[in-house]
Structure formats: C-alpha cells, structure tokens
Design a protein around this ligand. Structure first.
Ligand code: ADP
Ligand code: MG
Length: 246
C-alpha cells in the first residue's frame, strides 16, 4: 500500500534542456513509498531523461529534486550516499563482463561500505536462490540468457537495499520468450511494497501492477491517474492516439 505521507521523491519544476531542446519541460510530481509508478509515452518524449535526472545521471537544467526531505541537486549534496539508495535497471543490463555474477552483485555493496563482504555475499546468495540462479553465481554474464541477465541486474540493485528502483524499458531488449520471467520478478517486488518507477511499453503490465500511470509527451506529464482511470477514459487525444498504436 502506498504511504502518501512519505514522499521518496519530490520533483519541482524540473527542466532538462539539451541546447535548445526541452527534453524535460517543467515536470512536478511526487513519488511515495510503496508506489509503483509507470511512465508511458512516445519515443523521444523525455521518459529516460526524466528517470536519469531523478538519480542525477543527468544534471537538471533547473528545478528541484528532493529525496527523502533533502534536495539532492544542489552544491555539496551527498550524491554518493543518495545513489546508494536508488537502484537503476536499464534496457541493456550493464553487468560487468569480466566479473562473475556473484562479483557483479556484491561489488557495489562492498565498495560503498554499505555491507561487509560476508554480508554482501550472504545477501547475494539469498537473492540468487530466490530467483533460481544460485548455481550461476560463479558464471560470467555472457554465459546467461538475456532474461537471466536482466534478473541479475534487478537483484544487483536489490543487493543495495534501495528505497526505490528506477526501471528504464527493462524488457525491451529481450527476446519475447524472456519477457515474462523479468515481469514476474518485478511484479513480486511490487507486491512486497518496493517503490518503483517504471518506463515501459508493456501497457498490459502497467495496467496489472501500476498504482499510478503517467503519460509523457514532449517533455511534459500530460496526464496521470490510476490505471483504470487512465486506460478506460484517456482524456488526452495524444494519449488515445498513442494507445491506438501500442
Ligand atoms: P524517451 O526515453 O521518452 O524516448 P529521451 O528522454 O531519451 O526520450 O529523449 C528526449 C529528447 O531528448 C529526445 O529528443 C532526445 O533526442 C533528446 N536527448 C536525450 N538525451 C540527449 C543527449 N544526451 N543529448 C542531446 N539530446 C538528447
Ligand atoms: Mg527512453
């Protein structure tokens, strides 16, 4: 259940420009604990840029991003500490090819001092058992299927005990038969109350697990609401047009 008293993220008038292009154009919103927020919209509408601003992979041009009562896009903010609390899962896994699965999962928790090596290994093993990939712990990423790699990428972010995980099209690079295993892991996390922000074209999946859906177009959030409201009565013509194509 979403806890509306506790924003994880508070975004105020966020703008990200690339030269004259407004990739994100005056976005304000809040993400609360336990929410599963899906962001949908046409290609180039600013979804990835918005996610990347949320964890400061992109520096906002203007506006404010607050994370748990602290503004993070200001001078001297503790960005490293902040990043440890925000997981990110990309389309292309970004596992280190020269490290084993276990090393991939334990690297950040140990390096950042979040967990001791023994703690990190124990946690990684628990997570690997949970997703049925414990026997792959000493394998290298290239020995895994795309679906397995993406589940490892999700587990790698879980290993940091994040407050929120941001997903940018986590299934769009996968062969169709591997999409299901990744979606079911995400669904489990949502059920357990993990706060998630998900960019995806899997509209049916959004309808199934989202607590809120946002539609972005030309850098703006042009409509948002519960999945039922959203999919049953899209008010915005651009949104209707988008749905007729997906
Ligand atoms: P989406 O994820 O919705 O497809 P993006 O956030 O990737 O959209 O892109 C929004 C707009 O910003 C697009 O016009 C894209 O070309 C532009 N853009 C994204 N990243 C950069 C960049 N690093 N430099 C210049 N333009 C960019
Ligand atoms: Mg994108």
């Amino acid at each position: 259940k979403a806890d509306l008293s506790q924003p994880v993220f508070r975004v105020r008038n966020l703008v990200k420009r690339f030269n004259s292009l407004h990739a994100v154009h005056d976005v304000s919103t809040e993400i609360h604990h336990g929410e599963v927020v899906f962001i949908v919209g046409p290609s180039g509408s600013g979804k990835s840029t918005f996610l990347r601003c949320l964890n400061l992979l992109e520096e906002p041009t203007s506006g404010e991003i607050w994370f748990k009562e602290k503004q993070i896009n200001r001078p001297h903010a503790d960005i490293n500490r902040f990043r440890q609390q925000v997981g990110m899962v990309f389309q292309h896994f970004n596992l280190f090819p020269h490290l084993t699965i276990l090393e991939n999962i334990t690297l950040a928790p140990v390096k950042t001092g979040r967990f001791t090596k023994a703690e990190a290994i124990a946690k990684a093993d628990t997570l690997l058992k949970r997703i049925g990939l414990y026997e792959k712990r000493n394998a290298y990423p290239q020995q895994l299927s795309g679906g397995q790699k993406q589940r490892i990428a999700i587990v790698r972010s879980l290993a940091m005990n994040p407050d929120v995980i941001l997903f940018d099209e986590p299934t769009s690079a996968l062969d169709p038969e591997m999409v299901g295993e990744v979606l079911s892991l995400m669904k489990e996390l949502a059920k357990e109350g993990m706060t998630m922000v998900v960019v995806t074209h899997e509209i049916g999946f959004a309808r199934e697990i989202a607590t809120r859906v946002m539609f972005m177009d030309q850098g703006k959030i042009v409509e948002e609401g519960t999945p039922d409201h959203f999919f049953d009565n899209p008010a915005n013509p651009r949104l209707r047009d988008f749905f007729s194509k997906v």
